[in-house]
Design a binder for this molecule. Structure first.
Ligand code: COA
Length: 97
C-alpha cells in the first residue's frame, strides 16, 4: 500500500505453513523491493512483537522504526495470542529501497 511520502507498506504477508522456511517470504519481499525501488524510498511493515515475525523481517534487512502502543488491545475485541504470548504493541520496521 502507498502510505504517502514515498513510503510503501506491507499489509499482509503469508506463506502457506507447509512452505515456510524455504525462502518464499524473502523472495516476496525482494520482489517488492525490486519492483518499487525506483518509485518509493522506503518499505515498512507493522507486526506484533513476536519471535515468529520480527526475526524474519530483520533477516530480510528491516530495522526497527517505531512502536504503536497497545495497538492489539485498542483495535481488536479479543486477545491475539501468538506463540503463547499476547500481542500488545505494534512494532514497525523499515527498509530503505
Ligand atoms: C513470516 C513468514 C511470511 C516468513 O516466510 P518464510 O517463507 O517462512 O521465510 P523465509 O524462508 O523466506 O525466511 C527468510 C529468513 O528468515 C528466517 N526466518 C523466518 N522465520 C523465522 C523465525 N520465526 N525466526 C527466526 N528466523 C526466521 C529464515 O530462517 C531465513 O533466514 P536465512 O536466510 O538465514 O536462512 C511466514 O512464516 C508466515 O507466513 N507466517 C505466518 C503469517 C505471518 O505471521 N505473516 C507476517 C504478518 S506481519
Amino acid at each position: 500500500m502507498d502510505v504517502g511520502n514515498k513510503v510503501l507498506e506491507i499489509k499482509n504477508l503469508a506463506v502457506l505453513p507447509e512452505y515456510q522456511k524455504k525462502g518464499y517470504g524473502r523472495m516476496l519481499i525482494d520482489f517488492v523491493c525490486q519492483k518499487y525501488k525506483n518509485s518509493f524510498k522506503e518499505l515498512q511493515v507493522g507486526t506484533g512483537d513476536s519471535l515468529l515475525t520480527i526475526p524474519f523481517y530483520e533477516k530480510c534487512g528491516f530495522v526497527r522504526s517505531h512502536i504503536i502502543k497497545n495497538f492489539f488491545i485498542d483495535n481488536y475485541d479479543h486477545p491475539i495470542i501468538e506463540n503463547g504470548t499476547r500481542l500488545i504493541d505494534m512494532v514497525y520496521l523499515k527498509k530503505q529501497l
